[in-house]
Design a protein around this ligand. Structure first.
Ligand code: PMP
Length: 364
């Protein structure tokens, strides 16, 4: 029981804000700057909110256990068969489910040292070992603290059941190109599943970086996960999706809970997908504000790491606790990354201009 309890409690680590947010909202009111959770300051598409509100009238009904309508929509958007799509209660659930389906005590998972926190948690919950591969060095030109795909490929053995990659990665913000991923996939045994977590996909605009989706046909061991929590701003509804070979999807279908995705989330996600205008506005706003904010921080002498996401990782070169506390006392919440083994860094969401301005005005 103690072992099980350990496994269960660790899952909160990735999300625990470390503060009493409701109390802070009361204390600081609308000057509170919540820059700790990579949320989207523009909020969801109004069409998504309307669709969600309509379903609220029907919450006494079970949702469609197949999510057929949303899957049809995703299939059309992505040009992939419905049989390749699995829906999840957030992409977090899908990352956990994959380990439950495929990893065990004899079949470890491999991830990068500063990869997304859920990867080793998923392995632990499945009773599998998680092997953390040393990240790229702090002074790396394009991906400081990022995934070292060569080292990861070297660490993979035929017993490795899952490799978890995040592209771009949280908390580092770093990425690898489509060509680098293709070379990696060519080196990894066909029995090893390679999960590419594209939670921040909608924000990317770097040269050579688009998505892993076009490689699905050539590499049946490739799995891509995505979420409606970030660019679509539906984090509170909990919905994500996974694209894989149909045989992988079939296994996940057998293990998932029948009604893992609720009806409000299904309707909102489908409407959100259809609002291309809102998605473009979110992307452009983030692109503009991320560049502006990075410049402002750099001008104040801070080291900002390259990012393809809706947050920036700032390397303070010294323990971040005092920096975080100073901002916190002024109603500006940022996330120190000590839990990830990066105690000298803080992660800051690209919030609204007003929030970012308040942070700049309150810097120590
Ligand atoms: N992957 C990455 C890299 C993330 O940063 C997050 C959210 N923090 C997730 C997955 C999970 O998102 P969700 O469960 O809300 O879909």
């Amino acid at each position: 029981a103690a072992t099980l309890a350990n496994r269960a409690t660790s899952a909160l680590r990735a999300y625990d804000p470390g503060h009493d947010l409701p109390a802070l909202r009361l204390r600081f009111g609308n000057v509170l700057s919540e820059l700790g959770s990579n949320e989207n300051p523009l909020g969801p598409s109004p069409q998504a909110t309307r669709a969600a509100t309509r379903v609220l009238e029907d919450i006494w009904r079970y949702p469609d256990p197949l999510g057929a309508s949303l899957k049809q929509r995703l299939s059309g958007e992505l040009g992939l068969p419905v049989a390749s799509i699995t829906l999840g209660n957030g992409s977090h659930e899908l990352l956990m489910l994959l380990a439950q389906c495929f990893a065990d005590a004899e079949h470890p998972v491999v991830h990068s040292q500063y990869g997304f926190a859920v990867f080793p948690i998923a392995a632990a919950a499945a009773g599998a070992r998680a092997i953390a591969v040393r990240a790229l060095p702090a002074n790396h030109a394009t991906a400081p603290y990022g995934h070292d795909l060569d080292a990861i490929a070297t660490a993979v053995t035929p017993a490795t059941r899952i490799v978890y990659l995040a592209n771009p990665n949280n908390p580092t913000g770093t990425w690898f190109t489509d060509a680098e991923l293709e070379r990696f996939l060519a080196r990894v045994p066909a029995e090893t599943l390679v999960v590419v977590d594209e939670a921040y996909h909608e924000y990317v605009d770097a040269p050579g970086l688009s998505t892993a989706l076009h490689l699905l046909g050539r590499f049946p061991n490739l799995i891509v996960t995505r979420t409606f929590s970030k660019a679509y701003a539906l984090a509170g509804l909990r919905i994500g999706y996974m694209l894989s070979h149909p045989s992988v999807a079939a296994v996940a279908e057998r293990l998932r809970e029948s009604f893992n995705v609720n009806g409000v989330a299904l309707a909102a996600a489908e409407a959100a997908l259809g609002d291309h205008e809102h998605r473009a506005r979110v992307r452009e706003t983030n692109h503009r504000d991320r560049a502006w904010f990075a410049e402002e921080l750099t001008a104040r002498g801070l080291r900002v790491l390259p990012s393809q996401t809706n947050f920036l990782l700032v390397d303070l070169g010294q323990d971040a606790a005092a920096f975080e506390k100073h901002l916190f006392e002024r109603g500006v919440i940022v996330r120190p990354m000590g839990g990830y083994g990066l105690p000298h860094t803080v992660r800051i969401s690209v919030g609204s201009r007003a929030e970012l301005q308040r942070l700049l005005e309150n810097l120590p």
